[in-house]
Design a protein around this ligand. Structure first.
Ligand SMILES: CC(C)(COP(=O)(O)OP(=O)(O)OC[C@H]1O[C@@H](n2cnc3c(N)ncnc32)[C@H](O)[C@@H]1OP(=O)(O)O)[C@@H](O)C(=O)NCCC(=O)NCCS
Length: 163
């Protein structure tokens, strides 16, 4: 996968990708606003010559937060999400972040396993953080250290023990 840094000229592409990855996609205006926020950066991953995935993060002080990541359905389970996540970890490190956080819906098995494979561990849980069909879904807070230890890679080492 070819990964490029997205700028204001890419907001329509980001909107198109996000809309294919999530039920409630973010608009180009949303991305424009988020990209204008200090410390934010977005990456677009291309496969087969077309945009296949996106990620958006924000670095504040020495912490990075993943705001969104997605791979369009056709390209899933080909290790592209893992590559894109790894690229955000590298960029966050370059920007001086020491720790990287994210929220994931408790029932999002694919994303949880993606993050777990990349070395993230659960550090918290926010009940009723998301709403879906009138029901509250908890968010798991996951984190990984970006400095002081070699990046963990648990891929191929079996299932998470925490769930
Ligand atoms: C989560 C998402 C980005 C994963 O992208 P992907 O390119 O399919 O992921 P990868 O192929 O790189 O998978 C890496 C690892 O994640 C885990 N994983 C990915 N999809 C999975 C699934 N459907 N079920 C279980 N584990 C899964 C596996 O551990 C996988 O490693 P493996 O292939 O060796 O088993 C993708 O499913 C997606 O865009 N989902 C919709 C948007 C979303 O939920 N984003 C996350 C919001 S927190």
């Amino acid at each position: 996968m070819r990964i490029v840094t997205a700028g204001p000229a890419h907001v329509a592409v980001l909107e198109g990708l996000h809309g294919q990855c999530f039920d409630e996609g973010w608009t180009a205006e949303d991305f424009g606003r988020l990209l204008a926020t200090p410390g934010s950066f977005a990456l677009i991953g291309a496969a087969g010559g077309e945009p296949a995935g996106l990620a958006l993060c924000r670095v504040a002080a020495d912490e990075c937060e993943l705001l969104t990541i997605g791979i369009i359905p056709f390209y899933r389970r080909r290790r592209l999400g893992g590559q894109l996540l790894a690229a955000t970890l590298a960029e966050a490190r370059t920007r001086g972040a020491a720790r990287y956080f994210l929220d994931v819906a408790e029932d999002n098995t694919a994303a949880f396993h993606l993050y777990y494979s990349a070395g993230f561990t659960q550090v918290g849980r926010r009940p009723n953080y998301y709403r879906r069909g009138g029901a509250g879904i908890a968010a798991l807070v996951m984190a990984v250290d970006l400095v002081g230890a070699e990046q963990s890679d648990r891929s191929g080492r079996g299932e998470p023990q925490s769930r």
